[in-house]
Design a protein around this ligand. Structure first.
Ligand code: GRF
Length: 197
């Protein structure tokens, strides 16, 4: 049976909670998906310890120069026959040359209901604070394909959660994160099956 090969991209000091949830989702269900590595942009990223615990390789590529980063990553993807790139806490924009060049799906997860609360600067607590101060009744998670603009690719999965009674932006963040962990692994696997029929 074919085993899908994917890589996960992270930035700087990513927590890695989505990576852990994704890896456990595949492991628990014995799904034919191999996380070939987690690409890190800092040799001191806390996620490296989480990789070791789960028996997944981490691979360092410097992101100081994004052109070099993308060239190296493109070679890595080709050499390792990677079939999907998964962003989890990856903050930078990828160029259309890179996206067209690798010609495999790239997925991202955003902690809000796109197209609302997306775009440049909208990440982490910035998102949850904006949602909170606008007194929204719902927030949620969006998993989408990546193009060369922030948060604007085709939506593959969107799930909402009630936040009317949330007392702080942190409470909203925690509720949304639970949804992220629940849906990212399954959306990745479903899309792999759909794309590589
Ligand atoms: C998540 O909130 C995700 O929505 C966003 O970056 C964060 C990464 O968190 N794109 P973690 O490193 O997976 O814990």
């Amino acid at each position: 049976m074919h085993r899908y090969k994917i890589v996960i991209l992270t930035s700087g000091h990513s927590r890695g909670s989505n990576f852990v949830a994704i890896a456990k989702y595949f492991q628990k269900r014995n799904l034919p998906v191999d996380i070939v590595s987690v690409i890190v942009t800092s040799r001191k990223a806390p996620i490296i310890t989480r990789c070791e615990k789960l028996g997944v390789d981490s691979h360092f590529i410097s992101a100081k120069n994004m052109l070099k980063y993308q060239t190296e990553l493109q070679e890595y993807i080709k050499d390792n026959k990677i079939e999907m790139v998964v962003l989890a806490g990856f903050m930078k924009l990828l160029s259309s040359d890179f996206i067209d060049g690798i010609n495999i799906p790239i997925l991202n997860i955003h902690p809000a209901l796109l197209p609302n609360y997306g775009g440049k600067g909208m990440y982490g607590m910035n998102v949850h604070k904006a949602v909170y101060y606008n007194k929204e009744s719902f927030s949620g998670v969006t998993i989408h394909l990546v193009n060369s603009k922030y948060d604007s690719g085709k939506i593959l999965c969107q799930q909402r959660v009630k936040i009317k009674k949330a007392k702080t932006p942190e409470t909203i963040g925690a509720r949304v994160l639970r949804l992220e962990h629940k849906y990212y692994g399954r959306t990745i696997y479903n899309y792999l099956k759909e794309y590589y029929v």
